[in-house]
Design a protein around this ligand. Structure first.
Ligand SMILES: *Cc1c(COP(=O)(O)O)cnc(C)c1O
Ligand code: SF4
Length: 334
């Protein structure tokens, strides 16, 4: 068998890498030298198809069906079981939508949904069932969103979320950031994105230029669940962002048989920190339909946190949180 490599040249632009993403179980299995006939996933893909950038596939171990990165993206038949307590909108985002694309649930912070697309489809995602297309920001809705921010003086931080906000073009992001410049009560712009991890080529000079043309403080909250996701390329992207004075934080989701292990979580924190990224949140799974097989119980999660606390410097310990519909903040469990 010919040796296959997926390694993407760092010269490939991120848009090219987006369109080259792996989109079928057969192709993914082929790259990873796995037997696709053993994977029963077709029905699981109906509403949420497989999607994973090749640079992320490159970080998976060939021949390992239990690879912790593979398990985050491979559709499996467990997803189509209906389980009590797992619903379409577990965190109540739809009911909290204040105006087109703005979710204003927490005091002082408003979340802006700019795009429904993601570079990677994480099977455990609570947004997997979210009717994004209805909330994408076109020009008119964007104006409404900016007007909302202008009127609400209690909002001092905007969170660009999604989907993945860094899938917007530099021009669109630049426009958004420009429109926020004159909102005086706004102090910080926070970006929640998985792209610095899964598609680090997105963090290029032109992006950093549009992001930093602002008078607000910038925070990038990346999303990484396992130390194997932190490739050298992610390290380079992180360093670029730090040079641009962007504060880097990470959030993870606690996932069964992926990172529900104190040793692994410790390694993750250490490596994140070596990249200048501070562990921020470790989320208990949101109970979205199709994700029950990823659930780690609260009791187990607390035990893991106690182990972390016994071994790590305080700043390497993320806060264990849970999101409950209707609450005014995330619930801190540990
Ligand atoms: C998580 C979240 C935030 C941010 O909360 P922090 O605790 O400040 O990180 C804001 N709005 C919504 C709707 C959220 O889900
Ligand atoms: S919103 Fe985040 S967790 Fe959900 S699919 Fe997109 S990148 Fe993955």
């Amino acid at each position: 068998m010919a040796y296959k490599t997926l390694t993407t040249s760092s010269n490939d632009c991120w848009q090219q890498q987006m369109s080259d993403a792996v989109k079928s179980v057969a192709a993914l299995c082929n790259y990873l030298e796995l037997d696709s006939t053993q994977i029963f996933s077709n029905n699981a893909q109906l509403n949420f198809p497989l999607r994973v950038p090749k640079s992320f596939v490159d970080r998976m171990e060939k021949g390992n069906i239990n690879d912790p990165l593979l398990k985050q993206v491979l559709p499996v038949s467990e997803e189509i079981q209906t389980i009590a307590d797992f619903s379409l909108d577990p965190v109540g985002d739809l009911t909290a939508m204040a105006t087109a694309g703005v979710i204003h649930k927490y005091h002082g912070r408003a979340l802006l949904i700019n795009t429904g697309s993601c570079a990677i489809h994480c099977r455990y995602c609570f947004r997997r069932n979210f009717p994004y297309t209805e909330f994408q920001l076109n020009i008119q809705k964007q104006q409404q969103a900016i007007a909302y921010l202008n009127e609400h003086h209690e909002i001092n931080e905007v969170i660009l979320s999604g989907g993945d906000p860094l899938l917007l073009s530099d021009a669109k992001l630049g426009e958004l950031i420009k429109q926020m410049k004159d909102i005086e009560h706004l102090k910080r712009i926070r970006i929640h994105s998985r792209l610095p991890i899964v598609l680090p080529a997105r963090i290029n000079d032109s992006l950093l230029k549009v992001l930093t043309e602002t008078n607000k403080q910038l925070i990038m909250v990346v999303h990484c669940n396992h130390v194997n996701e932190l490739s050298a390329e992610v390290g380079v992207a992180s360093e670029k962002m730090r040079h641009a004075n962007i504060i880097l934080l990470n959030q993870s989701v606690l996932l069964k048989n992926i990172n529900d292990d104190a040793l692994q979580l410790g390694l993750l924190s250490e490596k994140l920190f070596s990249f200048g990224i501070i562990p921020y949140y470790l989320h208990l799974l949101d109970k979205a339909l199709g994700t029950a097989h990823f659930e780690v119980s609260k009791a187990t999660a607390i035990l893991l946190m106690q182990q972390l606390q016994a071994e790590l410097s305080g700043y390497l310990i993320p806060r264990l949180v849970e999101e409950e519909a209707g609450m005014k903040a995330k619930t801190i469990i540990f």
